[in-house]
Design a protein around this ligand. Structure first.
Ligand SMILES: Nc1ncnc2c1ncn2[C@@H]1O[C@H](COP(=O)(O)OP(=O)(O)OP(=O)(O)O)[C@@H](O)[C@H]1O
Ligand SMILES: [Mg+2]
Length: 509
């Protein structure tokens, strides 16, 4: 007889008993139980279950979910021994008696939720640099509030910081960590499914996903890392609120280029890494986190790089030019490895967007190029925000709201529009607000400003080439019919394309 908690199972007679009562387990469900018992605690993949329970047949995965659910129901509390290992399969784990008794008391009210082994945290290839205090701050903030969002511009290092904070909290606080990247979830309605999958909940009944998810988090100390929420903010906020309501022990650490604006959310700003000042000494430059990160990204190639004083200044200028953004520095280091530091510095000074294109093949598309990094933010902007961002790029350095209105409130854009657009751009981390004693200060990161200028340039070029096409068409028409040409008159002037209507929201450059 095999034992699973209070359940005795005979593989020979294919029967299972609890308190001398024979459980009603169907043939397929028993096949699943059998293969799990035979695996002796190892993970059994869905494919293995299928070939054991349905040999020589091709069946849909949902069949496993149906029979597994029936099996867990029959096993009652002992069903928790069947652990779902998200995206990998299932296994049998020993049951903790205390947990059974505890849950046994509650089982009249609560359905039994299966135990889960979450996927391991993603690997970070470089140690976390320049964030000595942040991990403590995050852990501290999560003690007081259930939801903390790491907010910052693209590539500032929010995800890396969240991973290390979660790792540290898991090591210190006996908390289970569930890491869910929302970046690949492109359709809003998929957010709940993605969360359910991360918690090992089978998608066989959409209606039950949320209740099952809420049940899975109830009473458990879980830190849910919701990574990259900016494109599905509403759904992420709704999910967060429901989960936090369902469990007082749950904490959510989200990362985003814009706040979730959910209830009880605390925002922690993730700034780019510090860059060396223009008058910094070599010693100061080498101690600067952005320089340290560049050297770490460049890896073994840099062993004697800093021996040459000239190189130290060059690295400092690259870090300043790239605003100390870790992602940009990582791309730059990869480029330097191929073309050398001096060439990189020239290219970055000239056109960082053309140069910084060689990201890790395994990185998401938004992180493979500097352009992709900014495109991801740009495509989430409204039309007015884009329009104002283009115009703000004319200002270099810091500015006040009044300056922005003077520059950007032209044509159909009013001062109130500019204020509203700036509020949106600040919340999306494309304009940086620095609170001042009398007035707030605003600025664009150098890379953002250059991106906006390029967008504008592109729009103007598009507009000019459209205008040229129209003129050409009119000239041809004139050639064909003088009579009609005289009627068309200054037609080209009347159809000067509207900048707004010529912009391509997702277009690649
Ligand atoms: N403090 C740091 N020390 C070392 N490497 C870092 C640091 N911050 C970020 N990185 C590295 O820089 C790259 C970009 O970081 P990350 O993905 O965390 O940025 P992000 O802010 O989450 O970007 P996005 O807005 O695109 O999601 C990653 O390869 C990451 O490992
Ligand atoms: Mg991220």
């Amino acid at each position: 007889m095999e034992k699973i908690g209070r359940t005795s199972v005979s593989l020979e007679t294919r029967e299972a008993f609890q308190n001398n009562r024979r459980l009603q387990i169907g043939a397929r469900a028993f096949d699943i139980l059998e293969v799990l018992i035979q695996a002796r605690g190892k993970i059994v993949t869905k494919h293995e279950i299928m070939s054991h329970a349905w040999p020589n047949l091709i069946v849909e995965e949902s069949n496993i979910h149906v029979h597994l659910s029936a099996l867990r129901k029959q096993l009652g509390d002992d069903g928790r021994a069947i652990q779902t290992v998200p995206r990998r399969g299932y296994r049998l784990v020993p049951l903790d008696d205390e947990a059974i008794v505890h849950r046994g008391k509650k089982s009249a009210m609560l359905p039994t939720s299966p135990s889960i082994e979450f996927e391991p945290l993603p690997v970070c290839y470089t140690p976390l640099i320049g964030r000595e205090n942040e991990i403590g701050e995050i852990a501290h903030a999560l003690q007081d509030t259930p939801v903390v969002t790491l907010l910052g511009p693209g590539g500032a290092g929010k995800t890396h910081l969240a991973i290390e904070a979660a790792r540290s909290m898991r090591a210190n606080g006996r908390v289970d960590v569930c890491f869910l990247s929302l970046a690949p979830v492109l359709r809003r309605e998929q957010v709940l499914n993605a969360a359910a999958e991360a918690f090992g909940i089978e998608p066989f009944d959409e209606q039950l996903l949320l209740p099952k998810l809420l049940d899975a988090v109830a009473d458990r100390r879980i830190l849910l890392v919701l990574d990259n929420c900016e494109h599905v903010l509403e759904e992420a906020a709704r999910l967060t609120e429901r989960l936090v309501q369902a469990s007082a022990n749950l904490r959510v650490l989200s990362t985003s280029r814009e706040a979730l604006r959910s209830r009880n959310e605390t925002l922690l700003w993730v700034a780019p890494l510090l860059v060396p000042g223009l008058d910094a000494t070599h010693e100061e430059i080498l101690a600067c986190p952005s320089v340290e990160a560049f050297l770490a990204f460049a890896g073994s190639w840099t062993s004697d790089l800093t021996n040459e004083p000239e190189n130290v200044d060059t690295i400092a200028s690259v870090c300043r030019r790239l605003d100390g953004l870790p992602l940009a520095l990582e791309l730059a280091a990869a480029r330097a490895r191929v073309f050398g530091l001096r060439q990189l510095a020239c290219e970055v000074a000239d056109d960082p967007f053309r140069t910084l294109t060689g990201g890790r093949r395994t990185a998401p598309a938004r992180q493979r190029t500097l352009l992709g990094m900014l495109d991801w933010s740009y495509q989430l902007l409204g039309e007015l925000e884009r329009d104002v961002l283009h115009r703000l790029a004319a200002i270099s350095g810091h500015f006040h709201l009044g300056d922005a209105q003077t520059v950007a409130a032209v044509d159909r854009v009013s001062k109130a529009d500019v204020t509203e657009a700036i509020a949106g751009l600040v919340s999306k981390c494309l304009v940086i607000r620095t609170p001042g004693r009398e007035k707030d200060d605003y600025s664009l990161l150098g890379t953002t400003r250059e991106y906006a200028l390029r967008r504008l340039d592109r729009l103007v070029k598009n507009a000019e080439s459209s205008l040229e096409r129209i003129r050409h068409r009119d000239r041809s028409a004139e050639g064909r019919s003088t009579a009609r040409a005289s009627r068309s008159g200054s037609r080209a002037d009347r159809v000067v394309p509207d900048l707004k209507s010529t912009q391509n929201p997702h277009g690649a450059w």
